[in-house]
Design a binder for this molecule. Structure first.
Ligand SMILES: [Zn+2]
Length: 610
């Protein structure tokens, strides 16, 4: 029984998480967090009565005409009536921000000032992380050994102190034996080693070290586990890339990770601003000179996911680029990515260095104050955005202004924040001397013909008797968890199709103090989770007596529907139209009966013979 366990292994319940945390902690966290606060930082919410509504970010292109996502402050949950997505704040962050479970927990905890119990954090790592953590230690020891002297000389030459190297856990990968593979193959399974990203395979299927004779930069996730590495060549070799990165693995997804984020949060959990730079050495060089709030994308161009991630920790972001053409192009891509994330309180701006400069070389040459001056004189997002738009064509001609408007149209549509969107519409209308909002609306109408089919879909599913019955049962349980003890649940316990109803009931029996949003988190099946979510946001208030009646009636309806199902399948059988899964289903229905008639026995024989 879960309640008797001191620690709830969330893994066992949902298969989604690989972390153990006390259930009571998750409970406290979910109930302390205000879901409206979390969501309103990401999507725009509209208050109607007791609830909030938003255009759902999880289906379509986010261009719905009317809001379909309902957010219910009291229960801390949300539900979309179109795509059925529902959940609590943890669920939302995982899905919307692309965080893993622990990252979402860490983030919410930092919002409400709670401390995540640390003793559990190392408990249940995947082997991929274990292997990378071990590799980090080995590389680090090797840097300090005599074999690492070239790597140390390189760092000294770049002005990096031993303390800084230690803080970032820099290391050295050897070129001589015994290599990393020989060391780790004694400790870990071959399969796990294959998945760690640290080794390649030659034509004879023998493993070799991916990183040899390189300065090693461990890429750590927000919890501080090494999940991947970047390696820099110490001496230029024509046939090898200067920088080599781990490939993607189960735990390392490049588009989400930021080099240095774990480290700078060790200095300050919520830095006032964050510099987004391009290279590992930039992060380390800036740190050495006292700028302890920079992070780098790891082995990719900046992605929208990375930007969203750092906006969780600071509202002021400086994106630093080389001033050359590649830098200009990259900065425009970053601006496009930022559009959907803009809010009134986000301050994103750009710093363009002279061609050939990078943050590391700049600060080594000119020092911290000059670098901070760059931030003071940075180009604001809106200036950069509007200037780029203006440069698309000749604003003195009607044709030119139309082209500019056409260029801006899809970009402004990406802005989620209504206030900012309106501000940009006004700005572009005056630049192009036309009513840009009308254009934008026309564009939307074309894209939105789809929403009719969505409405059809909602009708179809909500009309289903079974769905309504299940909803009714869930609504009653949510309001009165102790009704889980009603005997009526037994009458559908053998019907395969409704096992989930009893699974949800069991969750309530195990812990009838659990908040509904916690029960929701524990439901493993997405579809069931979504029906439960719908029940959660429906604001029907029943008396306890009515709720009990509701459960009884709904279970009645469901069990009747299983009689009807049998009837339907029998008819179909007579017409010889049953497919194999329906045959199995009919067999199951009959076999579960307390008493089988002669007719039933014949039918079973018949079903299994063909
Ligand atoms: Zn949706």
């Amino acid at each position: 029984m879960l309640t008797q366990q001191k620690y709830l292994s969330i893994t066992g319940l949902t298969g989604l998480f690989n972390m153990s945390l006390p259930a009571s902690f998750i409970d406290r966290l979910i109930t302390s967090v205000n879901i409206v606060d979390v969501l309103s930082r990401r999507i725009s919410l509209e208050r109607r009565g007791n609830a909030y509504w938003a255009k759902c970010p999880f289906h379509g292109s986010g261009e719905e005409r009317t809001p379909s996502l309902k957010v219910y402050e009291e229960t801390g949950t949300y539900h979309c009536f179109a795509c059925k997505e529902s959940g609590n704040a943890i669920h939302f962050l995982r899905k919307h921000d692309g965080l893993d479970f622990m990252e979402a927990v860490e983030l919410l905890a930092s919002l409400v000032g709670m401390e995540v119990p640390k003793e559990q954090i190392k408990a249940d790592l995947t082997n991929t992380n274990n292997i990378n953590n071990r590799a980090e230690e080995i590389f680090y020891e090797q840097l300090k050994s005599s074999e690492g002297k070239d790597a140390v000389a390189y760092l000294k030459n770049r002005g990096i102190s031993g303390d800084t190297a230690k803080f970032f856990k820099l290391g050295y990968s050897k070129k001589t034996k015994p290599n990393l593979y020989e060391k780790l193959s004694k400790e870990f399974d071959q399969n796990d080693l294959d998945e760690s990203g640290l080794f390649g395979k030659n034509d004879n299927a023998e493993s070799y070290d991916r990183f040899r004779d390189r300065l090693m930069f461990p890429i750590r996730n927000i919890k501080g586990d090494s999940i991947a590495f970047g390696g820099r060549l110490l001496t230029e070799k024509n046939d090898q890339a200067k920088y080599l990165n781990s490939p993607e693995t189960k735990t390392y997804k490049k588009k989400y990770e930021l080099y240095g984020l774990y480290e700078i949060r060790k200095v300050n959990k919520r830095p006032e601003s964050i510099f987004l730079v391009e290279g590992y050495m930039d992060v380390i060089g800036l740190f050495q000179h006292g700028i302890k709030n920079s992070v780098a994308s790891s082995g990719t161009a900046f992605t929208v996911e990375q930007l969203r991630k750092i906006l969780n920790y600071s509202n002021t972001i400086y994106i630093v680029f080389d001033g050359d053409e590649a830098g200009q192009k990259a900065s425009w891509r970053a601006a496009e990515n930022a559009l959907s994330l803009l809010r009134e309180d986000t301050r994103i701006s750009f710093i363009f260095l002279d061609s050939g400069q990078d943050p590391d070389s700049f600060i080594a040459e000119k020092g911290k104050d000059e670098f901070l001056n760059l931030a003071k004189n940075s180009v604001s997002f809106s200036d950069f955005f509007l200037n780029t738009i203006k440069q698309q064509d000749d604003l003195s001609s009607i044709e030119g202004r139309s082209m500019v408007a056409k260029f801006a149209l899809p970009l402004v549509s990406k802005i989620n924040n209504e206030t900012l969107k309106q501000a940009y519409i006004n700005e572009i209308s005056s630049i192009c001397d036309l009513d840009f909002s009308k254009l934008l609306k026309g564009n939307k109408d074309i894209q939105n013909t789809r929403s009719f089919t969505e409405k059809e879909e909602i009708k179809k599913t909500s009309n289903s008797v079974i769905r309504k019955s299940v909803l009714g049962i869930f609504m009653s349980l949510i309001q009165y968890p102790k009704l889980a003890s009603l005997n009526e649940f037994g009458s559908i316990s053998s019907d395969n199709r409704f096992l989930f109803v009893n699974e949800v009931r069991d969750l309530y029996i195990e812990d009838n103090n659990s908040a509904a949003s916690i029960i929701l988190e524990k439901i493993p099946n997405e579809k069931i989770k979504n029906i439960f979510g719908e029940a959660l946001v429906s604001e029907i208030n029943l008396s306890e007596e009515d709720a009990a009646i509701m459960i009884k009636d709904c279970i009645d309806l469901i069990s009747q529907s299983s009689d009807k199902r049998e009837e339907f399948l029998r008819e179909k059988h007579q017409l010889k139209e049953l497919d194999s899964s329906e045959k199995r289903e009919l067999q199951q229905i009959i076999l579960k009966k307390d008493k089988m008639s002669l007719e039933d026995t014949d039918l079973i024989k018949n079903l299994s013979s063909n």
